[in-house]
Design a protein around this ligand. Structure first.
Ligand SMILES: Nc1ncnc2c1ncn2[C@@H]1O[C@H](COP(=O)(O)OP(=O)(O)O)[C@@H](O)[C@H]1O
Ligand SMILES: [Mg+2]
Length: 362
C-alpha cells in the first residue's frame, strides 16, 4: 500500500474530466472546504461551472498538465476514456487516486475481463477479436446471440453491435472500426445491478446498497434501491466489488456492473473506478453520497456512512427529457439535478431526478 497521505480541507483537488461526475464531485468537495481544479478539453464544461479553476487543454498537452499538477494537492479522474499516459505523467508529479493501475484495468475490456476471471469472478464467456477470422472463430465458439464490443473507448452502448444467427460478420467487424474487440456471449438476465464500494487509504471498505439498473437503448434509464434481488445476492455483489477494489489496491470508488442471470448467478459486466451514474441516488438518499465518499477516500479522511434513509428511484433525464426536470420540482419527494449542459442532444445525459419513498423493511 502507498504511503498514507492526508489532504485536509482547504486543499485543492484536481479532477481530470469536465462532465457531470466531475461537477457533482466538485460540489461535494466544496461542501467539505476543498477547491477543485478541472482539467478538460471542453469549454464551459459541467464541472467547470461549479469549480474554482479550469485548465482548458487536451489530455496530451504536457505543459498544461504539468502546470495543473503544480496547482493541486491530489488528482482524481471522472471518466475512463483518458489516455493512460496522462495519468501516468500526472502521477510523477502529484498523487493520483485511484491510480493508473485501476484505470488501465478498467479502460480495456480484455484487461478488465482477465482481471475478474483471474480473481475467480464470472463474466460472460468472451474471446478477444483482432480480425475477421477471430470473429468467425469466436462466434463459432460462443454461438449467437452474442455482442461484439470495442475493447476501448465504448460508453452508453457506443462501440458495440449484436451478433445474431444471420449477421454479416464482415459488415459487423467493419462497423466496429477498431483493431481490438471482444465477443461476449449474450447473458440472458433477469436483472442488471451495480455495487459501488469506497476504499480508503487504510484499506477500509464502505459499500452502498446495490442498485437495480434498467437500460433503454443501452443507456441507463433508472436505478432503484433496494434492488428486487435476494439479500444473499446483494451481499455477493458487494463482496465482488470489495474484492476487486482490494485486488487493485484502489483508493477511491469502484463501481461494478453485473447481470443476475436466469439461474440467479452474478455475472460481471464491467467496472468503473470513479463515481457511477447508478449511484446518483446516494446524493439524496444516503448519509454520505458517492461523491463525498470519493473525496473522503482520496483525501485520507474517514469514510462516511453509506446508510440509506429512504428508498429511491433515480431517473436519468436524457436528451429532450430534460423538459421533465423543472415540473418535477412540484413533487414533494423528487430531487432534481441538472448538469448545466446548454446543448440538448439525443442520448445526452442532461440531468437526473431522484424520487424518494419511505424506507422499506429490507
Ligand atoms: N453480454 C451481454 N449480455 C446481455 N446484455 C449486454 C451484454 N453486454 C452489454 N449488454 C447490455 O448493454 C448495456 C451496455 O453495455 P456495457 O458493456 O455496459 O457498455 P457501456 O460501456 O456502453 O456501458 C448493458 O448495460 C446491458 O444492458
Ligand atoms: Mg455499462
Amino acid at each position: 500500500m502507498s504511503a498514507p497521505l492526508r489532504v485536509p480541507p482547504g486543499g485543492t483537488i484536481g479532477i481530470i474530466g469536465g462532465g457531470q461526475l466531475g461537477r457533482m464531485t466538485a460540489l461535494a468537495a466544496g461542501a467539505l472546504g476543498y477547491r477543485c481544479h478541472i482539467f478538460t478539453p471542453e469549454p464551459d464544461s459541467p464541472a467547470s461551472q461549479v469549480a474554482w479553476r479550469t485548465t482548458l487543454a487536451d489530455y496530451e498537452n504536457r505543459e498544461a498538465l504539468d502546470a495543473f499538477a503544480r496547482s493541486i494537492d491530489i488528482a482524481t479522474f471522472e471518466f475512463e476514456n483518458i489516455p493512460l499516459a496522462t495519468v501516468e505523467r500526472l502521477a510523477e508529479l502529484v498523487p493520483v487516486r485511484p491510480g493508473a493501475r485501476a484505470l488501465a484495468a478498467a479502460q480495456d475490456r480484455l484487461a478488465e475481463k482477465t482481471f475478474f476471471n483471474d480473481l475467480g469472478i464470472a463474466t460472460a464467456p468472451w474471446r478477444p477479436v483482432r480480425n475477421l477470422a477471430d470473429l468467425a472463430a469466436a462466434v463459432e465458439a460462443l454461438g449467437t446471440p452474442s455482442i461484439l464490443k470495442t475493447a476501448r473507448l465504448g460508453y452508453d452502448g457506443k462501440g458495440q453491435t449484436k451478433i445474431e444467427a444471420g449477421t454479416d460478420l464482415a459488415a459487423a467487424w467493419r462497423r466496429l472500426a477498431t483493431d481490438t474487440g471482444v465477443l461476449e456471449g449474450y447473458v440472458d438476465f433477469t436483472h442488471e445491478i451495480s455495487a459501488i464500494v469506497a476504499r480508503g487509504q487504510d484499506g477500509a471498505l464502505a459499500a452502498f446498497d446495490v442498485a437495480h439498473n434498467v437500460h433503454v437503448d443501452h443507456i441507463l434509464a433508472t436505478s432503484t434501491v433496494p434492488a428486487p434481488i435476494e439479500a444473499a445476492q446483494g451481499a455477493q455483489a458487494v463482496a465482488i466489488a470489495g474484492k476487486a477494489a482490494q485486488a487493485l489496491d484502489l483508493v477511491g470508488l469502484l463501481a461494478v456492473e453485473m447481470f443476475v442471470d436466469k439461474q440467479g448467478r452474478l455475472v460481471v459486466n464491467e467496472m468503473a473506478p470513479r463515481p457511477h451514474n447508478s449511484g446518483h441516488w446516494t446524493i439524496d438518499t444516503c448519509r454520505t453520497s458517492q461523491f463525498e465518499q470519493l473525496v473522503r477516500a482520496i483525501c485520507g479522511l474517514p469514510l462516511g456512512s453509506p446508510a440509506r434513509h429512504a428508498d429511491a428511484r433515480m431517473t436519468n433525464l436524457i436528451g429532450q427529457a430534460v423538459a421533465l426536470g423543472v415540473p418535477a420540482l412540484a413533487e414533494p419527494d423528487a430531487k432534481l439535478h441538472l448538469y448545466g449542459k446548454t446543448e440538448i442532444r439525443a442520448g445526452r445525459k442532461m440531468g437526473h431526478i431522484t424520487r424518494l419513498s419511505p424506507l422499506s423493511g429490507s
